[in-house]
Design a protein around this ligand. Structure first.
Ligand code: GDG
Length: 468
């Protein structure tokens, strides 16, 4: 079995005892790396002064070598906060109004990708399989190819891929498309993303679809397929079961009393539809007076990307909106929205999901959305809650037992909340049983294996393997 080399913007380093950080993706990739041996490279998270020379910090943990690259302040501003998070992220989430193109950020993005390639190349052996993750690193394969690397290189995009009309607003869209076409296998979250990608190739006559997942562009043949990411379902379900002994979970239950709990959990991000959701909840409370004093909405929103101005603005907007709604509809003994603006532990989160009658997952656009899957995994088989899910989350393609909503339609979301809270046990069980077996079977380790098997099977048009 070939060694595996993973590159992602950040690297989930194991703690001193060698334990991988909790979180499905980290655990699944760590397991694949343990099995095959290999390297995980990414940004160290440090930004160094312009005078210092960026280096790579190498750490060995068992069969895995971690390679952590330092970046300068300028690199971080341009590559990460600039091009990745103020251009590619809003563009791929259909937010042209928030994209801020700056030539210097584009240059920084390509420069940092070259820097990663420069640090990575000496660590690569001829038969290593390379797996690159996400929008920060699209040009990496083409940089590695220019350095003469012949290895198999796969790419997985965690976020949506936009339709041609959106992508073509990006001044460097050709370079981005060329970068993608340098991979051997490109993984997307949904068939919708693959269709958008194929549409981008076709519209500018850059490439063509050869059938059965094969594409040709810029003289290279590659696969572009759907690999819906998932969670470690059994482990999350177990965490939810055992969390009932957790004191924080017990305190929450006590403070809730016999009120119904609705839960939302999202990084603070405009793509997650948090303000629409709060407005929908407000609409529900006002239009269902019987629910006043009887329902609590807990929104957990850890801060994210605070160095990007749009996120700083949102921090204020969400807090103000939650405060306004609470001010307008609270009673002396009841606060409708509990807004927690920080991260909480995974086990407590699992316990809160289990306690909640409704999981409210209403992103305006989302590659997959793992919270939706976690909410389902955390439920009690004998008395499950109801998932309300945006039709614009990749997860909506799989979770057919959810109440699917258009998150822009405040009244529809409000009606879905009313429906979920009054849904009879039998209907809730039927819906949950439509989803849970699928999630147990299609978990994150299956996702990982299926991508790596496809990459291992890849051969170019002549049927000859590219790896030595
Ligand atoms: C990107 C794509 C795609 C959140 N708050 C806390 C916490 N979380 C955990 C959730 C979940 C994860 O973070 C978030 O994953 P999502 O999938 O919901 O969203 P993104 O961060 O935007 O992820 C997305 C994903 O990549 C994977 O491909 O699904 O579409 O945008 O696991 O539970 N965890 C803890 N405390 C918190 O307060 N412990």
């Amino acid at each position: 079995m070939s060694r595996l080399v993973v590159i992602s913007n950040r690297v989930p380093l194991p703690d001193k005892s060698g334990t991988a950080p909790a979180g499905g993706l980290a655990v699944a990739l760590q397991a694949a790396l343990e099995e095959r041996g290999g390297v995980w490279m990414g940004w160290s998270g440090k930004s160094i002064s312009a005078r210092e020379k960026p280096g790579v910090n190498i750490q060995e943990h068992g069969k895995i070598t971690y390679a952590l690259v330092d970046l300068s302040r300028k690199d971080v501003d341009e590559y990460y906060a600039g091009f990745a998070n103020r251009v590619l992220w809003p563009l791929c989430h259909y937010r042209l109004d928030l994209t801020e193109y700056a030539r210097k950020d584009m240059a920084g993005y390509f420069r940092v990708n070259r820097l990663f390639a420069h640090h990575l190349a000496p660590l690569i052996k001829p038969d290593d399989v390379i797996w690159v993750h996400d929008y920060h690193l699209i040009p990496l394969a083409s940089e590695l190819r220019q350095m003469g690397l012949k290895n198999r290189i796969g790419f997985f995009l965690h976020i949506p891929w936009p339709p041609a009309d959106l992508l073509f607003t990006l001044p460097v869209h050709e370079t981005i498309m060329r970068g993608l076409a340098s991979y051997d296998v490109i993984g997307f979250q949904t068939s919708h993303d693959v269709e958008n990608f194929a549409g981008c190739l076709k519209r500018e006559g850059i490439g063509r679809e050869l059938g059965k997942g094969l594409f040709e562009a810029y003289g290279h043949t590659f696969r572009a397929e759907v690999f819906p990411i998932s969670i470690d379902t059994a482990s999350f379900a177990h965490a939810a079961q055992t969390s009932q002994r957790n004191t924080m979970v017990q305190r929450m239950q006590k403070s809730l009393g016999d009120r119904d709990l609705i839960i939302g959990v999202d990084r603070l991000d405009y793509s997650k539809g948090i303000t629409n959701r709060i407005e929908a909840f407000e609409h529900f409370i006002i239009n269902n007076p019987g629910s006043q004093g009887r329902v609590t909405f807990l929104q957990i929103t850890p801060k994210s990307r605070s160095e990007v101005p749009e996120y700083e603005d949102m921090q204020r907007t969400v807090a103000e909106l939650a405060g306004r709604v609470n001010g307008a509809v609270s009673a002396v003994d009841w606060v409708p929205i509990r807004y927690v603006n920080r991260s909480i532990g995974r086990n407590v989160l699992a316990g809160l999901f289990r306690m909640a009658r409704v999981g409210l997952v209403t992103p305006l656009r989302d590659g997959m959305n793992l919270v939706a899957k976690e909410y389902v995994a955390a439920q009690r088989a004998e008395d499950p809650g109801v998932l309300i899910l945006s039709r614009f989350a990749g997860a909506a393609r799989e979770l057919d037992g959810a109440l699917l909503v258009n998150p822009y339609d405040i009244e529809a979301v409000s009606n879905a909340i009313a429906r979920a809270l009054s849904m009879p046990l039998e209907a809730r069980r039927e819906r949950w049983n439509q989803m849970m077996p699928h999630l147990l079977e299609h978990d994150v380790s299956r996702w990982c294996t299926s991508f790596l098997d496809t990459l291992a099977d890849y051969s170019d048009t002549n049927g000859t393997d590219q790896a030595a």
